[in-house]
Design a protein around this ligand. Structure first.
Ligand code: SF4
Ligand code: SF4
Length: 132
């Protein structure tokens, strides 16, 4: 029996929610976020999104995603790319991806070693979708 906490425990460092841009929201992300916020679409667009052509991202406030508040305040409605981080499937393909991601994310339990990490991650991915 394995558990996400065997390989990852979010420290809420905020690194993945910080920057001048955020991940882009695809159509399903937009619907999920609107539903989760229980708001009218036009209000969500105005209040939370930065829209440029076909690109929809979340606004940045003080260097962080607008939803960052010592953690993700739109957790159930966050974009799929946010939900995927940091247990990205590319970790299974290449140890360099594991090293790169673990450098960015202090929640990764890199001390257990790459092989064991992949064993657990593979099992978790077979069982369910994982997220932070
Ligand atoms: S997922 Fe990783 S980078 Fe993001 S807040 Fe948690 S520990 Fe920090
Ligand atoms: S939606 Fe949540 S997890 Fe994604 S960048 Fe914003 S605060 Fe972070």
């Amino acid at each position: 029996m394995v558990d996400v906490s065997d390989i990852f425990l979010c420290t809420r460092c905020g690194y993945c929610c910080r920057g001048e841009t955020t991940v882009s929201l695809d159509g399903a992300d937009q619907v999920r976020m609107i539903t989760s916020l229980d708001m009218r679409e036009r209000d969500v667009r105005e209040q939370y999104w930065r829209i440029s052509g076909n690109s929809v991202q979340m606004k940045i406030v003080d260097g962080y995603c607008i939803f960052y508040d010592d953690g993700c305040s739109v957790h159930n409605g966050r974009p799929w790319r946010c939900a995927q981080w940091p247990l990205h499937p590319s970790i299974l393909d290449d140890e360099n991806n594991f090293l790169t991601i673990s450098e960015s994310c202090p929640g990764i339990k890199k001390e257990i070693g790459y092989e064991r990490f992949c064993e657990v991650l593979s099992k978790i991915m077979q069982d369910s979708v994982v997220s932070c």
